[in-house]
Design a binder for this molecule. Sequence first.
Ligand SMILES: NC(=O)c1ccc[n+]([C@@H]2O[C@H](COP(=O)([O-])OP(=O)(O)OC[C@H]3O[C@@H](n4cnc5c(N)ncnc54)[C@H](O)[C@@H]3O)[C@@H](O)[C@H]2O)c1
Length: 278
Amino acid sequence: MTTSSSSQRIGVVGYGHLGQFLVHRILKDGADHGLSLAFVWNRNPDKLKGVVPDDLILDNLSLSATRPCDVIVEVCHPQIVKDFGLHFLSQSHFMVGSPSALSDSDLNQKLRQAAQMHGKTLYVPSGALWGGQDIQRLNDSGDLKALFIRMSKHPSCFRLTTDLLSGCTEDEGRRVLYRGSVAELCPLAPNNINTMAAAAVAAGTLGFTGVQGEIVSDTALSDYHVVEVEVTGPTGFSVNTVRRNPARLGAVTGSATYNSFWNSLLVCKGHGGRVYLC
Ligand SMILES: NC(=O)c1ccc[n+]([C@@H]2O[C@H](COP(=O)([O-])OP(=O)(O)OC[C@H]3O[C@@H](n4cnc5c(N)ncnc54)[C@H](O)[C@@H]3O)[C@@H](O)[C@H]2O)c1
């Protein structure tokens, strides 16, 4: 296990919005937090030229083991988690920025096994989830009975794999696009429900099939996304939270989520061979 006092070398996989934010934050503030960059990989390496130091650019992701690092952060696509997650965990702790990938129960199980086998931690960032640690504690004590999450966004903020938004007009107002288990929602909106996926990890006893979710399109939400969480425990215990996450029109990721990812990364010091919400 890496101690909190030693320097952490970070490999960043993906150089989109989150990847750029994390890379530049590590380059700017990393030394103050004991973090340094081990490598950056992007599907299109041209995007890295001139902005990331040449010696930190990794051309071939299969060769990540040639760049020793403590934590590999995926901020790319669930497919990369599927293709490289086991490989990453054989060498480093792994922060999975696209936890919707874990809705694949076979992959979920294999990643958990790999974490255990190699003594590396599979980190799941809380993203826009409020109270994730509390949900996890309730879950671990056996008292979590139900969990429901509703994510409401402007229609331009959804990236859906089906035509649930068809016919949507500029002034339509509110429309429930889908309500069901997080397992059902993940393939429909893999880029929009990572927060629900993080919740399903925190609520391990309910899992992706037990945690319920709803995605709502709302043309009135031009400035922020709304994340509502309803937690149910025993004998009438319940907690309801509403988070307003400022977001530009068309933005998949709310602006507070960037700092949330940075704070999650600071937690990734090694928590043994298990899954850990950070
Ligand atoms: N956990 C959370 O709360 C949370 C929040 C926001 C985004 N995310 C997820 O994090 C990931 C990155 O988000 P972002 O906002 O930076 O996205 P983005 O679209 O800005 O960047 C994604 C990057 O990955 C690349 N990419 C896309 N598909 C790829 C593939 N199949 N193989 C290789 N590269 C691919 C793109 O070219 C781009 O460089 C996404 O999967 C997103 O769903 C998670």
